[in-house]
Write a protein of this length. Structure first.
Length: 529
């Protein structure tokens, strides 16, 4: 068996000893390696949303029903969420370079298999494989971006990495819609192949590896966490369709999730060799960042889940135009990601950036609560751009503060936890807004519809009944369609209001974060001390 030192040696340039101001793992072509790492990140993030618009086409081709086709999405999310927490252990065991390469190759192979699936069972199996492979890509890419950059360059590196994380969900529906319209749904998976090949070549050539170390695997802790996360994800995904707690299945999943997660917390606090080093949980910045990541997942993913169907069903925009209307969010993210990196490098308190970012996000959601069915596209563009500005101000400083006080050997586990909490936040957010939307439509439809009769409509428009030849059924059908449209709009506004409240209430969390004793661009070790 190769020694730890040998396994740590990167393929390509060997990292030289550097001073405190240098990179942990210097490489000979940092720019090209950054491209390879970001291609892997973007490829994984795109696959969380790119398949959404193709679901109706998959349903027909795979012989699935409207209920079962959602397993194409659920299987990927659940598999990824369960696998994320073991990223740190596997990375320490086989080396970060090997895990990154294996994950990328596995993701590409699983993508090709998804494109060739002939039944729903095959698709779900291949999506599980894809989700497991994808789980390791985000934490590893974040760790690599920190390791190959000197501390003074890490804010900029996190800004670049954050752009891929934030823009991916916006580009996914656009690219998925275009591929489905111009080719077929299978290309939402095949598109990963050429990108993945380029990514693998770059990573194989340049990617260094962290030193390996032997760690006992916490089988009991991982089993509890996997059961808890899996049950929670199933409950959140199937809750609305099963009428939530009117269903025995949802009660069972909730009890299993609660019991497993509680037992995991007790085991983490008292057990020997727990899955995560207990020292990490004493890091105030990391724990607060995890809470913020839940909110980021809710705001970012829930908003992206609501807006496409709203723009298409209530406003009549086609798929491609819907994607274009969502793109200003990405522009806002790009602007403030770069700006916040520069300002923090010059000494701005990152807590101010995070607080102001959440304020802008809450403001944009408040503006969205005032939307009407008659407004033009400029309102979508402006509110989306403002929300993008806010998210860009949040993401990089939040990651920077979390890692500035975290020991380097905990980076991979810290990154996996941040990604896990963002995924859980996204699941909770999507389930919550879907439930509010469905029930809001029912309540508002009943409230509005109870006041409408044929006589009432004729009073509002005396010529309506005569123009339709006295066809009262036709009149009521027309009225019902408009009532449904108005009720849906009210429900969407209620969703935006709920997200605004959650976002605004999270701002005081910045008070729990510790300002790094040195700027984020300084030595992390010094900041930790």
């Amino acid at each position: 068996m190769a020694s730890s030192a040998a396994s740590a040696r990167p393929r390509g340039p060997a990292p030289a000893a550097v001073d405190a101001g240098g990179a942990s793992l210097p490489v000979r072509n940092k720019g090209l390696l950054t491209v390879g790492v970001m291609l892997a990140t973007l490829m994984q993030i795109l696959d969380t949303t790119i398949a959404n618009v193709a679901l109706p086409h998959m349903q027909t081709a795979l012989g699935a029903t409207a209920d079962t086709i959602t397993w194409v999405l659920t299987s990927y999310i659940v598999a990824s969420a369960i696998a994320i927490p073991i990223t740190g252990w596997i990375s320490d065991r086989i080396g970060s370079r090997n895990l990154f390469l294996f994950s990328t190759v596995g993701f590409i192979i699983a993508s090709a298999l998804c494109g060739t699936a002939q039944s729903l069972e095959e698709m779900v199996l291949f999506r599980i494989l894809q989700g497991v492979s994808a789980a390791f890509l985000n934490p590893l890419s974040q760790t690599v971006m920190l390791d190959i950059n000197a501390p003074r360059d890490q804010p900029r590196a996190m800004a670049i990495w954050g752009m891929g994380i934030m823009i991916g969900p916006i580009l996914g529906p656009v690219l998925g819609g275009w591929l489905t319209d111009n080719f077929n749904w299978r290309w939402v998976f095949y598109v990963n192949l050429p990108v993945g090949v380029v990514c693998i070549v770059i990573l194989w050539w340049l990617l260094p590896s962290r030193p390996t170390r032997k760690r006992d695997f916490d089988v009991f802790g991982f089993s509890l966490l996997a059961i808890g996360i899996g049950a929670l994800q199933l409950m959140l995904d199937r809750g609305q369709g099963e009428d939530w707690f009117g269903s025995t299945e949802i009660w069972v999943e909730m009890i299993i999730a609660g019991a497993a997660i509680w037992m995991f917390i007790v085991h983490l606090a008292l057990g020997k060799n727990p899955m995560f080093d207990r020292a990490m949980w004493r890091n105030r910045n990391l724990v607060t960042a995890l809470a913020f990541m839940l909110v980021v997942g809710v705001v970012m993913m829930a908003t992206m889940a609501l807006l496409p169907p709203m723009l298409q069903t209530l406003y009549g925009y086609p798929v491609v135009d819907t994607g274009l209307l969502l793109m200003p969010r990405g522009v806002g993210v790009l602007i403030t990601m770069a700006l916040s990196a520069r300002l923090i490098a010059r000494g701005l308190d990152p807590r101010i950036s995070v607080a102001f970012g959440f304020f802008l996000a809450a403001w944009s959601l408040y503006d969205m609560t005032r939307w009407t069915l008659e407004m033009g596209a400029d309102h979508f563009v402006i509110s989306g751009f403002i929300q993008g500005l806010g998210m860009g101000l949040i993401f990089m400083p939040l990651n920077g503060m979390a890692f500035a006080t975290l020991a380097p050997e905990h980076r991979t586990e810290g990154a996996s936890l941040l990604n896990l909490f963002r995924s859980i936040g996204a699941s909770i957010g999507i389930s919550a807004v879907t439930t509010i939307l469905a029930r809001g439509i029912q309540v508002s439809h009943a409230d509005i519809g109870s006041t409408l009769t044929v006589e009432r409509l004729q009073t509002l428009d005396p010529g309506l009944l005569s123009n339709l030849g006295g066809a009262s059924d036709v009149i009521l059908a027309i009225a019902n369609a408009e009532v449904t449209r108005q009720a849906a709009m009210i429900a969407y506004l209620d969703d935006f209001k709920a997200m605004m409240i959650v976002t605004a209430c999270s701002i005081p969390l910045v008070l729990f974060m510790q300002k790094p004793s040195a700027p984020l661009s300084s030595d992390p070790a010094a900041a930790g001390h």
